[in-house]
Each structure stands twice: as structure tokens, then as C-alpha cells.
Design a protein around this ligand. Sequence first.
Ligand SMILES: C=C(O[C@H]1C=CC=C(C(=O)O)[C@@H]1O)C(=O)O
Length: 373
Amino acid sequence: MDARELLEQYTPGDFFFGTADRTILGTGSVHSFTDTDAFALSDAVPAALAESGSSLAVGVLPFDTAATAGHVVVPRVTRIAGPVQVADRKPVGAPVAVRAVPEPVRHVEAVARAVAALQARGMRKVVLARALDLEFTEDVPAEAILNNLVKDKAGGYTFAASLPHGRQLIGATPELLLSRTGDQVICHPHAGSAARSADPVTDRENGESLARSRKDHIEHGVLIDALVETLRPFCSSLDVPREPALVSTPTMWHLATRVTGRLADRDVTALHLAAALHPTPAICGSPTEAARTLVGELEPFDRGYYAGAVGWMDAAGDGEWAVSIRCAEVSERSLRLYAGGGIVPASDPKAELDETSAKFQTLLRAMGLDLDL
Ligand SMILES: C=C(O[C@H]1C=CC=C(C(=O)O)[C@@H]1O)C(=O)O
């Protein structure tokens, strides 16, 4: 099966997951699980796969797994092909209304309050997000946006997943929460960011200054400490590079560390590991509970499935779960985009606003939009 055909056959309600290795299209559903206990979802999948004879279960975890249900489906038909590429962009109409939630100036204030709270509460990091609501006169063309994310090679993991109540989550994230292949586990946590630039000299400087930035290395270190602490009990060996690498998407530079390990117990599935690792300080903070509380105090919206996880698992327990960032929730004629950034005591509120504006570009480019944020 040609990977491009899978992309062309995607319609809202399907599950699409495109990576450097493979393209997955899941259509229909023979089993569907919705649960606020992510471990229970993981436990339900093997029996459902065995009963249906299907190859994969696919789905999404929300940011707040206790408040919003994770959603895992065994598709009626799952088709898998090699990596997908497309030659042409598809048109996406312009929105009739754009609203920032909160107003940019309020996000700057929230970041300043977050910095003060980190110090007052003895916390190391919190990730604060903001949203953009776009309204259209017709149904949002999810197929076209997905096509354009693939065309742009916008992130390593391009996805579209159906959510409860007929909504879709669409995006392209660079960040792998975890993959499991046999007893090998890979995580690719990202934290520390700078915007790309159309000017090659500025672009290189932006990357180089991120690679040298003390504040960004601290932000990254908090993430690696927490991830390794959670992962270590599951592994007989773990390889953690001492320094992060500078990586990029078409719109962002990041610091990222590729962590690899061997599972001590092969019965631990990919979705179980995803449930254990989520939420990492790439999207929540440290300590986790204090950060989740602070996010609830400072963000004027529910994150839904932004800053959760999206991916698949097979009957052997292998799978791949990406962090659901650089994404939007689509509902009929409206679309909500999200972007967040890690705040540490040394963060500058205005720079954090600019960072979220840069992160919105993944989706905005795919929609052909040049908005003044
Ligand atoms: C939370 C987001 O990005 C995370 C991933 C990479 C770099 C990040 C940062 O530098 O703040 C964030 O931790 C987002 O894109 O909404």
C-alpha cells in the first residue's frame, strides 16, 4: 500500500500517524475504550486485539488524565505503509475570526506570576500554554491541514486522531514520549527552544545561542532528571547522553536528548510506559503535582488533548507514543491551536510570549496563515 494513498484516504474520524519509518491509517472501530485511568486503557488493549485479530490499537491521552478520559480504539481496518511524502499543498480558507486566549499581555502576566510562584513554592519548572481560537465559515478542512503538515515535514510525528464528541486532534510534533520495540525503549524528550529564521545567518545564530543558553540547559535538565527517574525502575540498563543535542523543525530549534534503555520486564507495554511517564516536565513541570496545580491556576482554559500523548500499540506491547504538542483541536467550523513553553526562575515573560508565537507557526504555516500574534 502506497503511503500517499493512506494520506489521501484519511477523513476526519480516522487515525493517522506518519513518522520517518511508517505511515499508519486506522479507520472505523471494533473496540473503543474511554477511561480516566491510562493504565486501565493499557490493560484493556491486549485482549481487544486478540479478540478482534486486529494488528494495532491507536489513540490519545489528554494532558490531565484524571480529569479528561484517554481514548483508545482498535480500528476496523488498519493499514500500514512506509514513510509518506507529498508534493503539493492543499488550500485552506482564511478564518473569519481569530481570538487569543488569553490576550498576549495576559500571557506575559501569567508567565511573570509563574516565575514568582516557582520561587515562592520552591519549584523548578512549570510549562504555561496559550491558545488561539480560529472560526471559519465552513467546516475546517482537516484533510488539507494534515496534507500540508506532511508536505512541510513539520515535525517527526504527524498525526490526526479522533476525539470524543466528533472532534479531531491534528498536529506535527518533534517529541517522542516513548517507543518500545521488544525490550528496547527510546525516549526523545525536548525542552529549550528558539525560533528559526528565514535569514540563514540569524537562523544559525539562534540555534547556536540556544545551544549555549544556560537558562535552556536548566529547563532541559529538569526534564531529563524527571524522565530518567521514572524510566529507570522499568529498565535493566539506561543510556542517557550527558549533553542534549541541538535539533530542529522547519519553525523551531530545540534541545533534545535521545534516551535509550532495555526493559527489565517485557510484559510492560508501550502504553503502560507512556502512562507512567506522562506528564513529563516538557509539558507540565517539576514537581509534577505542584506544576499541574499552577497550570490550573494560571491558564484560563482546559488543555484537553493538547500536551497529552498520541500513538499506537500492537499485540506484543510494542508501540510509539508522541507528545501531542504543535497541534490543534478541530470541531466543525472552529479550531483551537495551543502552544506552551517551559518556565524556570530565569525566564523572561516577553521572550516566553514570543516563543509560543513561534510554536504556533507549525500549524499556521500548514493553514497558509500569516497572523500578527
Ligand atoms: C510545550 C511545548 O513544547 C515543549 C517541547 C519542546 C520545547 C519546549 C520548551 O522549550 O518550552 C516545551 O517543553 C509546545 O510546543 O506547546
